[in-house]
Design a protein around this ligand. Structure first.
Ligand SMILES: [Zn+2]
Length: 66
């Protein structure tokens, strides 16, 4: 049962990433960055600021990436 739970968690982490608009700072969780920023309504550059390390537990966003 524990192995099954672990697989589910791993799958979720791989599928979802946190994206941050470099223009307005809008963040969203998705498997891929959106074509248009929902906040800017423009084609913005999205930075993957997903936290992949265990030292920033919580919301899963790497606070070191601004
Ligand atoms: Zn934006």
């Amino acid at each position: 049962m524990k192995t099954f739970d672990l697989l589910n968690i791993t799958k979720e982490v791989i599928a979802m990433a946190n994206w941050k608009c470099q223009k307005c700072g809008y963040t969203l969780e998705a498997d891929a960055p959106p074509e248009k920023c929902p906040s800017c309504k423009e084609k913005c550059e999205f930075l993957d600021n997903t936290c992949y390390t265990p030292d920033c537990q919580g919301d899963g966003v790497d606070k070191r990436i601004k």
